[in-house]
Design a protein around this ligand. Structure first.
Ligand code: PLP
Length: 355
């Protein structure tokens, strides 16, 4: 009965949490459907200020600024921060919104090979001639479920006097001992300067994004960041959802732990069944299949068995590296996980992905 969704970014299942829904309804009733304004005119209500403070507190940073999405946060930061005298060094597999944000700025651009520290170091050496250096990376990469080597990145940043920016869309709320993200997981919370993340995935799944970091940087973004200045304020219901989601995560990390246990269950059972799962310990579990057609027909057949997953192929992932990307959520039960593994095993055998 019904379809099990294994392709949402709803890592903690908070989009259907009764307290999150109630908080949205209360904010809607109290503050209305929307503010009909950008933030600096009449689009700022107490809930926006409170959420910014809560985000900064959650990440243990000085301040935070909200955007309509993390795409906007990424589009707005590089241009506001960097000048033609500066340099930005970006992992080649960074999210499209980081790539677009970097395109908009006039800084000198370096693209280093995916998680390749030798290449990053070479590019940092070359970038010494510039005034300021910013290394930009996804904390967790959404196509492979792999995690940036932030310890090494921060060491290099220290050595070559660079700032570190991370996009935590696939980490905020669940990576690290208390779900603060990749920087907490790898013990570099005090070394990463800027975090951009989304409210549209683990934190309730509605919409919205933010930058958190040093107060002078946030002040600068409020003055100069174009998606912040020229786009409508976040609707109260969306703010209410995210604010409650953060409250729940700051009270306890039981939900994140439950998701981690289910991720472990899925990864180990799929590996035992003979599949190759990319990444390690992350709820993004790409089932590597290689062939684009195989990924498409298997995903279709999974749906016939009540499991909703999507095949990814070129140009979304490199040629010959097609996969079905499974995403685990805290709302999946152990039975749901087992059901998914069983369906993969049957479908994999049918289409020759398994012996
Ligand atoms: N950065 C990464 C790594 C993402 O995966 C996404 C969403 O797909 C974004 C940024 C954009 O986030 P939002 O949906 O809040 O615009």
């Amino acid at each position: 009965a019904g379809i099990l969704n294994f392709c949402a970014n709803n890592y903690l299942g908070l989009s259907s949490h009764p307290e999150v829904i109630r908080a949205a309804v209360e904010a809607l009733e109290k503050f209305g459907a929307g503010l009909s304004s950008v933030r600096f005119i009449c689009g700022t209500q107490s809930i926006h200020k409170d959420l910014e403070e809560k985000i900064a507190h959650f990440h243990q940073r000085e301040d935070a600024i909200l955007y309509a999405s993390c795409f906007d946060a990424n589009a707005g930061i590089f241009e506001a921060l960097l000048t033609p005298e500066d340099a930005v060094l970006s992992d080649e597999l960074n999210h499209a919104s980081i790539i677009d944000g970097i395109r908009l700025c006039k800084a000198n651009k370096y693209r280093y090979k995916h998680m390749d520290m030798q290449d990053l170091e070479a590019k940092l050496q070359d970038a010494q001639k510039h005034r300021l250096r910013l290394v930009a990376t996804d904390g967790a990469f959404s196509m492979d479920g792999d995690i940036a080597p932030l310890r090494e990145i921060c060491q290099l940043a220290q050595k070559y006097d660079a700032l570190v920016f991370i996009d935590e869309c696939h980490a905020t709320g669940f990576l690290g001992p208390s779900g603060r993200g990749t920087d907490e997981l790898l013990g570099v919370m005090d070394k990463v300067t800027i975090i951009n993340s989304t409210l549209g995935k683990a934190l309730g799944g509605a919409a919205g994004g933010y930058t958190t970091g040093p107060k002078p940087l946030i002040d600068l973004l409020r003055q100069r960041s174009r998606p912040y200045l020229f786009s409508n304020s976040l609707p109260p219901a969306v703010v209410g959802c995210a604010s409650k989601a953060l409250d729940l995560l700051m009270e306890s990390n039981a939900i994140a732990q439950s998701m981690a246990a289910k991720t472990q269950r899925f990864r180990s059972k799929m590996t035992a069944a003979g599949f190759t799962i990319s990444g390690k310990d992350h709820p993004i579990c790409p089932v590597m299949l290689g062939d684009a057609r195989l990924a498409a027909v298997m995903a279709e057949d999974m749906l016939n068995r009540g499991i909703y997953v999507i095949g990814f192929s070129y140009p979304v992932v490199p040629k010959g590296k097609a996969r079905i990307r499974v995403q685990i959520s805290a709302v999946h039960s152990d039975e749901d996980i087992d059901c998914c593994v069983e369906a993969f095993t049957e479908v994999g055998r049918k289409h020759g992905a398994l012996p």
